[in-house]
Ligand binder design. Structure first.
Ligand SMILES: O=C[C@H](O)[C@H](O)[C@H](O)COP(=O)(O)O
Length: 235
């Protein structure tokens, strides 16, 4: 396993310490969340009783394969903990998420959870969000108008940048688990993430965006010298 994968797994293992029998867990998406699902599956095989609610079809398939009992948010609308990765972690534990295209379900599941624990390698912590292009999930109608709306909202929040329609490696347009499209917004820097989040949410055609404000309660960051936990109160 590469150094960075070892760090991600270490963060995932620490998040597992917060899991107790009987909990209902949101299961995140991405390479870091995958480590958590794998480690959780080991504990389930040893007898830990939990129910997971996956944030993507990818995570559902992995958890099913590994034998983690699954439920839906309709069955369990109030979850105990969601454990998920992030693309960037900024001041106040504001996050950019959606690099894997799962931001919509991830935000719904995190919002339904008493606590969201973010697990990441230390490279994800930044002073200013925005170097990672912000994923914005939009409907498949009126894309040119939606782009104009996003650009105007971004400008009002002091952000400028190219919006790129996400495509898969084979060139086909990327479609989310909810059947929507993703525009990746290369803003470079987001001076006021909360303001941008509110403005983007008001653009007709925007289903959701990858700014997670006041959702993460703790971040477990693993670096070469070990792991540290940062709570929102101290971030
Ligand atoms: O849509 C994907 C998610 O928001 C991921 O949690 C995020 O992209 C981080 O993924 P990774 O752990 O692979 O860096």
């Amino acid at each position: 396993m590469s150094d960075v994968e070892t760090m991600k797994r270490q963060a995932a293992a620490l998040a597992l310490d917060s899991v107790r029998g009987g909990m209902k867990l949101g299961l995140g998406t991405g390479s870091t969340a995958k480590h958590f699902v794998e480690l959780l599956a080991e504990r389930v095989a040893e007898g830990l009783e939990v129910v997971g609610v996956p944030t993507s079809e990818q995570t559902r398939a992995l958890a099913e394969k590994l034998g983690v009992p699954l439920g839906t948010l309709d069955e369990y609308p109030a979850l105990d903990i969601t454990v998920d990765g992030a693309d960037e972690i900024g001041p106040g534990l504001a996050l950019v998420k959606g690099g894997g295209g799962a931001l919509l379900r991830e935000k719904i599941v995190a919002s339904a959870s008493r606590e969201m624990i973010v697990i990441a390698d230390a490279s994800k912590k930044v002073e200013t969000l925005g170097a990672f292009p912000l994923p914005i999930e939009v409907v498949d109608f009126g894309l040119a108008a939606i782009r104009r709306g996003i650009a105007a909202a971004a400008k009002a929040a002091g952000c400028h940048g190219v919006l790129t329609l996400r495509r898969k490696a084979d060139g086909h347009v990327f479609v989310t688990d909810q059947g929507n499209l993703i525009l990746d917004a290369a803003f470079g820097a987001i001076p006021d993430p909360a303001a941008l989040a509110a403005l983007l949410s008001n653009v007709p055609g925007v289903v959701e965006h990858g700014l997670f404000i006041n959702l993460a309660s703790r971040v477990i960051l693993a670096g070469p010298a070990g792991a540290t936990t940062i709570s929102r109160a101290e971030a």
